[in-house]
Design a protein around this ligand. Structure first.
Ligand SMILES: C[S@@+](CC[C@H](N)C(=O)[O-])C[C@H]1O[C@@H](n2cnc3c(N)ncnc32)[C@H](O)[C@@H]1O
Length: 212
């Protein structure tokens, strides 16, 4: 949301959608409960009712602080790992305006860190990532705004400026946790969960150009 202290947009929206935003101090306290995970660049966070990103933005900020600490001396690594940090942040939001604000807020945080404008290739790549990672949809029905099953990309950074992407149904991803500790543990993950789409290895320019 544009004003981080504005915790309610309207009484109607609270009644219709339970839309009350979490204040920053509470978000920080909650994230501190999983501090080590929030400070890992490659830990994946999904907020299934993400609003305008009151949790996701601070998570990204923590990841970017970790990028700076680890890769701050190399501009190449710093930029690529910053994009990878963004790739590990996911959200679902029912309302279109909130979903758009969430993407904007994450994109702004990323662009300020890299000190790039909105037309820079890095901002365009971030926009491509956010278009896939922040879904307007219903987290309970697991469907997007068109009624189709929600899919999320699983991004990987391969090094040397190359990324991989495989898309999975959200429903499959939620089942991964339930398999852990069962007989299915004996199977390789790819034997149970197959991606709905796999992409060729991509550069930042390719992600920015819409290859993703
Ligand atoms: C209590 S607010 C929390 C927003 C944000 N997580 C925060 O803490 O600031 C709940 C949000 O979930 C959204 N929402 C309600 N039902 C939803 C559903 N079934 N799937 C996804 N989002 C939903 C609302 O539009 C609202 O933005």
């Amino acid at each position: 949301m544009s004003d981080p202290e504005r915790l309610v947009k309207s009484r109607q929206r609270v009644a219709d959608h339970g839309e009350v935003f979490t204040p920053r101090w509470l978000v920080d306290d909650m994230l501190d409960l999983v501090k080590a995970e929030t400070e890992r660049i490659d830990s994946r966070f999904l907020e299934p009712a993400c609003g305008s990103g009151n949790f996701l933005v601070p998570i990204l900020e923590r990841k970017l602080a970790a990028v700076e600490a680890k890769y701050g001396r190399s501009d190449f690594e710093r930029r690529h790992y910053a994009l990878f940090g963004l790739m590990c942040v996911y959200g679902i939001e029912l309302l279109a305006d909130n979903a758009a604000e969430c993407r904007e807020n994450l994109a702004g945080t990323f662009a300020r860190y890299l000190d790039v404008s909105a037309v820079d290739v890095w901002s365009k790549a971030a926009a491509g990532v956010l278009a896939a990672n922040i879904v307007q949809g219903d987290a309970l029905a697991m469907t997007d705004a068109s009624g189709e099953p929600i899919t999320f990309p699983e991004w990987g950074y391969l090094g040397k400026g190359k990324y991989q992407r495989r898309d999975f149904h959200f429903e499959n991803l939620t089942q991964r946790a339930s398999v852990q500790g069962t007989l299915f543990d004996a199977f390789e993950e790819h034997e149970i969960f197959t991606p709905v789409r796999s992409y060729p290895v991509m550069s930042v320019a390719e992600i920015a150009g819409g290859a993703a």
